[in-house]
Design a protein around this ligand. Sequence first.
Ligand code: F6R
Length: 610
Amino acid sequence: MCGILGYTGDRQASGILLAGLARLEYRGYDSAGIAILNDGKIKVAKNKGRLKVLEDRINAGEEVSGTCGIGHTRWATHGEPSDVNAHPLWSDDMAVVAVHNGIVENYREIRKMLGEHGYTFYSQTDTEAAVKLIDFYYKQEKTPLRAITQAIKKIEGSYCFVLLFKDFPNEVWGARKDLPLIAGQGKGESFLASDVSAILQDTRQVYYLDNMEIVQLKKGSVRFFDGEGYATHKEISEVTWDANAAEKGGFEHFMMKEIHEQARAVKDTFGAVYHSGKIDLTEKGLSDEAIKSVSQIYIVACGSAYHAGAVAQYVIEDLAKIPVRIEMASEFRYRDMPMDKNALAIIISQSGETADTLAAMRRAKENGIKTLAIVNVVGSTIAREADSVFYTMAGPEIAVATTKAYSAQLVACYAIAVKFAKVRGVIDDSECERLIAEIQKLPEKIDEILDEKGSLEAIAHRFINARNAFYLGRNIDYAVAMEGSLKMKEISYLHSEAIAAGEMKHGPISLIEKGMLVAGVMTQKNLYQKMASNMLEARSRGGFLLIVSPRDCDYLKDEADFVFHVPETDGHFTASLAVIPLQLLGYYVAVARKLDVDKPRNLAKSVTVE
Ligand code: F6R
């Protein structure tokens, strides 16, 4: 979490930093700050609150002039959001000023050690300990490179620093461990950023820093060093993302824009592995031989990516007849379970930076298990460390609540399921072709659903003052209910729970009150009747029944309060359609409640802390 930036060149740094931070605000938005190095002095402006507060205070940057600077948007870990705890943080003589993303786990010991050398501390942050540690070595070593190499040997945890040194004009320094940092090179200027979207307006020529690497920016030149301070060579990469993809394009919110981009995300993701009438996963490390040797699959992820994995568990097991376990990354990483060496671990992550997911992947690798990452962000840490990568083609996702990346993850999993089923001889050619044709029809069906969104906007007003909701489903529909429920709670703050419909009677049913939203996902033909009975049990206790089902489902047409019909598709792929009205429902309830849809409270897009 936290967005960090650095710039040096000929233009005024403050404007560039503020514009870049606006594109990084999705990573954290409880405070913001910049520091500018000019004429041998570093000037800092920072405060609690959104970037806009800072922008207004410094007159859109005009009050802090200089062509070399660093910036930060914060998602608090150590120390509440406040002006003092906001970044940048500095050494007492302002010789070293830094912004930081991550956690310095041993900051207490560092503070204690520095305290013995006369240092005092003004903030509650772990970052201040790191800045003063760098300052401590800088005073001895006299060069930024040696100070940073000494300090990172002592700092434990995951981090990414961007620094200014008062005595080194026009230079910005950076270092990373386990968190993303990219360097960008323009004509006569250079950049550092947590994410390419922040600098895409200025340059498409980027370098991805490796773990424990150090970087030095000068005007238009970028140099790299390893953890010991030896110069290293890196290849430059060209970013091909469309810069407009990070703009709202006429929609009121990024989330709605991204909901509308799902058909394209699904089409492009499937298109990336579909060639000459066949699904080809060879480039993803899954040759036919490799597929045949897999004994079982672990799918590991967090949040919505976990929910996509939960759908995949049902789909892959049913189609390919291979055992699949879906695991929460935060649990998996600390579990000591026997793992089959011929298993395949599928790691799902939009950002490719989620700390728990990364740790879980490393654990699978330590156990000798092959890892395949399904990732959206090119060059992210998970993508680079996995044995092979299946990139989802969702493009940059800005809204904190994921929609299009989730949909792209689903279709990546369908491709894997169908390919495994075919290679392992569970389905024949004609069934394989039929399933592929169904997947290819999903984008137009998603667009059909979006044409009907008005009815969901109308019904959402009913829940402006609602306090609780249940989302029910069985099998794949339970996995979809989990995602629908998360979409509702994270952006509208309406407390909601997803429940496997059969579990209702074992406790949760006691919570149903008159008028409470009980959303039922009913797309699995063999379970229509069972689901209908569970929904009627909720209705008898006063629940307001909202049903999402395919057009051919006759159940509950008369008894439900609201039915949203989705187009029909093969039962394995219904999640891709059923989730759309649930995303829209969460969105419209949040809008009706006048909430900040794209940046819900307490959340951040990239969860790089445990
Ligand atoms: C919810 C959401 C989160 C993420 C989760 C994992 O809308 O976006 O639950 O799915 O934090 O993030 P990634 O996919 O980046 O690993």
